[in-house]
Design a protein around this ligand. Structure first.
Ligand code: 6PG
Length: 232
């Protein structure tokens, strides 16, 4: 898919992003009979997930063909308010007819996160069909933060990291997983991210400093505040 940039009015952000995701899922199902979907954490995707759980997307997507994975997870139990899985369960997954055995949560709270990372790396499919990502004001995505050694990873697909953003202990997908994804969408809202969006999309490639540049060729869906420094 060619890189695309969309700036959607605040009232249209959730439904516009949900429409993009639903279409991408349907494309994968039409092509292969199923869809491996990678979910982002953080607050930005939650309204999008709630829109996906409502009509028209609830009916428009064959959710029983979807397998759900996560791009990162914090080392907290699934019922913690900090759990990416817990948030997605509340906003999206509990409303959809996806069999529980097709929802693969990252068990980042396990005592041995290295083993948890290795096991999750094995159960990820070779390519995610649809990968949803967010972006932090520092340019991080998933739990790939600027300067992290995880950005040099070329073999392991999931690693344990200590993030500068609380809660610090996390699991994250690595650059090869982002590179392999068939369709990627980056969801960004808010004026505090506008300058970074412009550096990421307009500046020279520097993914060690701006990890979300790993998804620069994906679709980007922004609200006007996040896209403000792109115009002109
Ligand atoms: C996480 C994320 C992370 C997130 C960004 C944006 O678990 O922290 O997956 O990469 O997408 O930090 O977070 P907000 O949407 O909350 O700004």
């Amino acid at each position: 898919m060619n890189p695309s940039r969309s700036v959607l009015a605040p009232g249209e952000f959730a439904s516009g992003a949900a429409a993009w995701i639903a279409e991408a899922i349907n494309h994968a199902v039409a092509a292969t009979g199923r869809c491996a979907l990678g979910l982002a954490g953080g607050s930005t995707p939650q309204p999008v997930y709630r829109a996906l759980a409502r009509e028209p997307y609830h009916q428009a997507v064959p959710w029983d063909r979807v397998q759900v994975y996560f791009g990162d997870e914090r080392a907290v139990p699934p019922d913690s308010p900090d759990s990416n899985f817990g948030a997605a369960r509340e906003s999206l997954l509990s409303h959809l007819p996806i069999p529980a055995e097709r929802i693969f949560r990252m068990e980042a709270e396990r005592a041995d996160r290295e083993v948890a990372a290795m096991e999750y790396g094995r159960l990820l499919p070779p390519r995610l069909d649809v990968l949803i990502l967010g972006m932090g004001p520092d340019g991080h995505t998933a739990s790939l933060f600027p300067g992290s050694p995880a950005l040099d990873e070329r073999e392991r697909r999931v690693v344990a990291v200590i993030a500068p953003k609380p809660p610090p202990a996390r699991l994250t997908i690595t650059p090869p997983v982002i590179a392999a994804a068939v369709r990627t969408v980056v969801l960004v809202t808010g004026a505090d991210k506008a300058a970074t969006v412009a550096r990421v999309l307009r500046g020279p490639p520097a993914p060690k400093e701006l990890p979300v540049q790993l998804a620069r060729e994906g679709a980007w869906i922004l609200d006007p505040a996040a896209g403000a420094a792109l115009s002109g």
